[in-house]
Design a protein around this ligand. Sequence first.
Ligand code: SAM
Ligand code: DTB
Ligand code: SF4
Length: 346
Amino acid sequence: MTQPAAAADIRHDWTASEIEALLEAPLLDLIWRAQQLHRRYQDDTVQLASLLSIKTGGCPEDCAYCPQSAHYAKGTGVAKEPLMAAADVVAKARLAKAHGASRFCMGAAWREVRDGAEFDAVLEMVAGVRGLGLEACATLGMLTERQAQRLAEAGLTAYNHNLDTSPDYYATIISTRDYQDRLDTLAHVRQAGITVCCGGIIGMGESRHDRAGLLRALAALDPHPESVPINALVAVEGTPLGERRPVDPLDLARMCAAARIVMPRARVRLSAGRAGLSREAQALCFLAGANSIFYGEKLLTTANNDAAADRKLLADLGLTIAGQIVKTVSPPPSPRSESRPGSESR
Ligand code: SAM
Ligand code: DTB
Ligand code: SF4
């Protein structure tokens, strides 16, 4: 059960040093604090969001982590593909729903949206996904205010646009756009009434101060993003970060916990990099405050966890899948109590 907000819990003035102190606190103290907020503002559900790359490769941006950048295509072998047909995308969404997803996210390797037939097709995809009763999310690069409005009119639930890292570290990772470009698009999304999905990546060589700087920038958004993806770098051969070593799963748990503390109402999504985590490491991240995952065997271009294994993990942990009707069997009536209906939904 979520409870009324205590004003002091919802803040937009977190400083990087306050957040750095969270990240360097003893892990169990940090998780304890995060759990208290989790139980005040969240329930026991985990949201399953399926991802589909609707337009792969050939992106003009030079994001050092990204296998879809045209700058690194020779090394990664990720070829530029055309935009998928709307009917094919909606068919994939139908399948994702059948497997238990409640949100469907469509990703395009674009620097920005351009008006025209392709954007019109994306609007058709959004309407089609919503028509299935799924939440629709898109991540298409930069947007104007008008484009955000058109996405809202098509029924888009959420727009994913990550800040990725701290303002200070940003230029080390991307040179073809700046932090303010990202903030401008986020403002357009918010103005259009679409919910904001915004997070970042750890494991790119950033310092703890940078991780704190990312969370500070996210928490400064007012209102806070409704969902916050925490990605661990998937080091793809051929990208400038292809040789990076995997992050320590405990650092991922720390990041989830700090995100839960500074943005208590957000769904914190344990995102890319989950395929490298043990069940126990994932459980720790859920304990720390993560309550959403990308679900389905593929992220955009790289592998994700097996869907059946994910369902089993959530069941073994006693977590509930968001948006699903769960039948609970009542205990047998005792001689002195009245019989109750055999099942209830939540
Ligand atoms: N082109 C659009 C954009 O950049 O906003 C949308 C697609 S882009 C692939 C979406 C996000 O995926 C990026 O902002 C980044 O946070 C994440 N991402 C991309 N490649 C990744 C990788 N190798 N490891 C972890 N996260 C990654
Ligand atoms: C997000 O924060 N992570 C997702 C989603 N938003 C679009 C993307 C992860 C991509 C990982 C690398 C790949 O599969 O290409
Ligand atoms: Fe392009 Fe997005 Fe990849 Fe950057 S992260 S190269 S903008 S697809």
